[in-house]
Design a protein around this ligand. Sequence first.
Ligand code: NOJ
Length: 708
Amino acid sequence: MTLEEKIGQMNQISSYGNIEDMGVLIKRGEIGSILNEVDPVRVNALQRVAVEESRLGIPLLIARDVIHGFKTIFPIPLGQAASFNPGIAEEGARISAIEASAAGIRWTFAPMIDIARDPRWGRVAEGCGEDPYLTSVMGVATVRGYQGESLSDPTSIAACPKHFVGYGAAEGGRDYNSTFIPERQLRNVYLPPFEAAAKAGAATYMTSFNDNDGVPSTGNKFILQDVLRGEWGFDGFVVTDWASATEMIAHGFVADAKEAALKSVNAGVDMEMVSYSFVNYLPELIKEGKVKESAINEAVRNILRIKFRLGLFDHPYVRETTEDIFYAEAHLEAAKRAAVESAILLKNEGILPLKESVCTVAVVGPLADAPHEQLGTWIFDGDKNYTQTPLAAIRQLYGDRVEVIYEPGLSYSRDKSTEGISRAVAAAARADVVLAFVGEEAILSGEAHSLADLHLQGAQSQLIEAVAATGKPVVTVVMAGRPLTIGRQVELSAAVLYAFHPGTMGGPALADLIFGKEVPSGKTPITFPKMVGQIPVYYAHHNTGRPASRTETLIDDIPVEAGQTSLGNTSFYLDAGFDPLYPFGYGLSYTTFRYDNIRLSDSELKKNDILTVECDITNTGEYEGTEVVQLYVQDKVGSVTRPVKELKRFTRVNLKPGETRTVVFDLPVEELAFWNIDMVRTVEPGDFGLWVATHSQSGDEFSFKVMD
Ligand code: NOJ
């Protein structure tokens, strides 16, 4: 390979114009990958130029953001995480890969496994929420789904865990913002999902936009070389995020595009997305001796290794018919299953599932029949004409059981006009139950869509107040890309189902949940704040030296001219109190579950032992249902302070009414390791607390000891 041909492999462009224009560059060997090309006929035409007309015949790698579905859209990743079911993530990714690869796409920029503890950040929708363990499990499942049994299978697409690293900790939740994550926190909280994905064989990684402690990830040798390659043995390739190499100029980390290329490649980036500084400046940087040709050779080897593994040299072309693959019946069925399992029942005063006595339902709210909005963020290729909305599904599936009166009240989520609300109220007055579909339009979450206020937008709060004032029970269904501060709406509602953006099949999933054909089982993958000022609020925080005792005086009870120390000098908010709206791991069912007989195999363990924890779970209600049983631990005393709780295991158990099953968790003591005061990953001996519980704030504490 000539130097130019090598550098060409390190260059990714976004598809533009006609094949001939791109063909000129491809023929010169100047392009290694193209993103945003989704037409199999064009993919084949481009590939033909690369394979048959360029000197070396190296096939292109075609990429696309296939985030939660290509054509068939699954719930947003945050919704999928609420299922606490890696099988859902794996199946969704597999189907996405089958559909995308049919169009010639062999590389997706997913999963996003950024830990996000701030729902103002619009991209919280794209990840698995706040917890490193849940994110690791779901992330690994997603990688497996995309990459299949073997990358060389023509239906496999290379995964790209992103954004490496720390992007979700953007200050103030404002997208692209700086992060300040110290190395220990990086290692204990932000890196584990990426390490798990590397172990699962993820083929590529994407650098993040943020600078952490002053170093933009695209120029960060420590994370790209020392950690990713050195510590984890990663042998795939690293791509920048969109122009994140040259964006280091705006960061003030490099002076110009030439220095951007220099710092990116020397940090360990292999491929540049769209900003062309590699092609333009690497030849002279090599001549000047600032970049070693060996670094270029290494990068090209990393890229070609993945192209070989994908089988692109053997099968560069795709068949050009896709009709039997897109939106296949089985794909829609899987998307429905995922939407069912993603929904969280936050409140139920017994109204759900709707009883036979309910004859008339008023369907209100701007999201009851919004085929585009329920698909959520990052759905370039999903066609809203395939979307099944809740209104359509209720009419189609339950129209013979109930009369449906539809009065949306508002035409979209930000609609401030209150004109239609009186019609929604009239519909509510005629009905037995009100089904209110509210939340966020798709555009309000996702990249660059951060919000400073998490209330329901537009006049949606007024709509809920008005229909609730009729005295009819209100079932509120929220479709959103993030947790919203819906405390008041929860108060006004007899039941609340949180569906996130549930995708193509959200309608039938929600209809079946509402009418009881399905039973909710989702759990919050991120803490729901009461108010924005509580953020960051997450369950795995560290204790202060003065944790709240919960006996402190809150704002409404403070006497006038109270003494400075009379309220309790502890860590809490006078106005928000001690708790979020809903803690991590929370979610109800139509049935109830009892936890009995929690038993630990040992009370004292050595570092290479395995702790076995068993618990009997009984379905004590009247519906068959699934409980997500969660195991948390706390390392009581460490060489550095440790979180008050950490999720270590979870499992879903399906039980018939009255049925009891024993859940068994095996937890190797080794998994209690953390990066300690000496920045060494180790298990420190001492006392541990343990909970087997229905959510992060429940359950009795058990204890065990790790011996020296
Ligand atoms: C920018 C986003 O940050 C990244 O997640 C995405 O994959 C790329 N653009 C490509 O579209």
